[in-house]
Design a protein around this ligand. Structure first.
Ligand code: SAH
Ligand code: SF4
Ligand code: F3S
Length: 431
């Protein structure tokens, strides 16, 4: 018998894409292919792409250019493009990059084996109404923490965002399927799950999102529950109570604010004012005092004035986030904001982004210092990628801690004392 065919995956973008790559790997594994970490020995190379900002798209196209030569060496090599660029550009990718054989969107992962059999170039980027009902196998990287999809797509149409065009309509997975998957993970020894969706707070099946959290909280074996992403507009009192009451739900929340200017929030179609946002954060911290809150900020949205920008900076100082992800506004084709008046030049956007990052830097250090010398519960993930002699893990508040210890601790929950605060991580000692 001939050797197994091999596939290689390169993943760009957010957690959804990381998890989709696990599903692509699961589907290909079931189909009889084996995963390789070396693109040169692959029979199939898959790019799981992101189109959230222009930079992400450029990065993918330059990678794609590089593999062209591989086909000369191995004429039977197939190149597939998956993810958000695949969904949005479809057949157009064949025109831009004729060495691509297969294009398939995030809703059509299950079709990949059929697409491979096809001799001609094929694009599958149609709407899949059954995506939430039909589960795919996932080949997971870690043995202690897992991503679990609870919903697909997004209906929010924030004016800057391409996701509603690349991930389709919002669809929630039946709670029964989610619970079954998490039970299986617990049986395999997983301790932590992160529930995934573009707007998990609007989850609806036979229960709502707080209800789903309560169901998962009851499952034996799972010790930590996280979720991304929460939309501030849909962060209800019931959800805030669930976060504070349920012992397995971790004290951390990613709550993208985008800007501190209520006027710009309106232009962005976000559905809340800065004041409403701020009040929710105050309430969250009242209910759960050691809650860590992180956010996303966009610098230089069309029409953003110096005063609007100042309001974003003031908001950072007022709220004191544990960390932020900030980006320059990037016009995306087909979105409402890309046609708005008042598009700012790169220089202005860069200067505003730099100020935002600079202001947040000292705030992050200040919030990080709060846990110096405290005892923290850590889920041990294994040897640190940057220093093999150290182990790494995360606190319940999702902060990375490195420490000395036996590799056999991997997958266990232990207590540590924090002894050193760095910019992006902490050092600790086992108690
Ligand atoms: N569903 C999530 C996040 C989706 S994208 C949410 O609603 O928060 C992740 C982040 O990318 C967004 O929060 C936003 O800050 C940023 N982003 C999205 N589109 C962008 C664009 N066109 N330019 C710059 N940043 C963008
Ligand atoms: Fe994009 Fe808004 Fe949907 Fe988030 S909620 S994915 S920012 S449209
Ligand atoms: Fe990118 Fe698509 Fe995620 S555009 S950020 S991979 S949803």
């Amino acid at each position: 018998m001939s050797e197994k065919q091999k596939f290689y995956i390169d993943t760009f973008g957010c957690q959804m894409n990381v998890h989709d790559s696990e599903k692509i790997a699961g589907v290909m594994n079931d189909y009889g292919y084996s995963l390789t970490n070396d693109p040169k020995e692959a029979d199939l190379i898959i790019y799981n792409t992101c189109s959230i900002r222009q930079k992400a798209e450029q990065k993918f196209y330059s990678e794609l250019g590089r593999v062209k030569s591989y086909k000369k060496r191995n004429p039977s090599l197939k190149i597939a493009v998956a993810g958000c660029i695949a969904q949005q550009q479809g057949k157009e990718i064949f025109r831009r990059a004729p060495h691509v054989d297969i294009v398939f969107g995030p809703q059509n992962i299950h079709l990949l084996p059929d697409l491979i059999k096809n001799r001609q170039k094929v694009a599958a980027n149609h709407d899949n109404q059954l995506i939430a009902e039909h589960d795919l196998p996932a080949m997971r990287n870690s043995g202690c923490k897992a991503w679990v999809s609870i919903m697909y797509g997004c209906d929010n149409f924030c004016s800057y965002c391409i996701v509603p065009y690349t991930r389709g309509r919002e669809r929630s997975r039946p709670s029964e399927n989610i619970l079954r998957e998490i039970k299986e993970l617990a049986e395999k020894g997983f301790k932590e799950v992160t529930l995934l969706g573009q707007n998990v707070n609007s989850y609806t099946s036979d229960t709502d999102f707080p209800g789903l959290l309560r169901m998962i909280n009851r499952l034996n074996g799972i010790e930590r529950i996280r979720f991304v992403t929460s939309h501030p507009r849909d962060l209800s009192d019931a959800l805030m109570s669930a976060i504070s009451e349920l012992e397995k739900v971790c004290e951390c929340l990613h709550l993208p604010m985008q800007t501190g200017s209520t006027r710009v929030l309106g232009l962005m179609n976000r559905g809340y004012t800065y004041n409403e946002y701020r009040k929710k954060v105050v309430k969250l911290k009242d209910l759960t005092p050691d809650m860590s809150i992180t956010t996303d900020i966009i610098a230089g949205f069309p029409g953003e004035t110096e005063d609007d920008h100042k309001q974003s900076v003031d908001a950072l100082r007022e709220i004191e986030f544990d960390g932020i992800f900030a980006f320059k506004y990037s016009p995306r084709p087909g979105t409402v904001a890309s046609d708005m008046e008042g598009q700012l030049d790169e220089k202005t956007k860069s200067a505003r982004l730099a100020e935002i990052l600079d202001v947040q830097d000292s705030i992050t250090l200040k919030t990080n210092n709060k846990i110096n010398n405290t005892i923290q519960e850590i889920l041990v993930e294994g040897p640190s990628e940057t220093d093999e002699s150290m182990l790494t893990g995360r606190t319940r508040t999702n902060k990375v801690v490195n420490f000395k210890g036996d590799k056999d601790l991997t997958g266990n929950i232990i207590n540590l004392k924090i002894t050193e605060v760095k910019r992006h991580s902490f050092t600790g000692v086992i108690l």
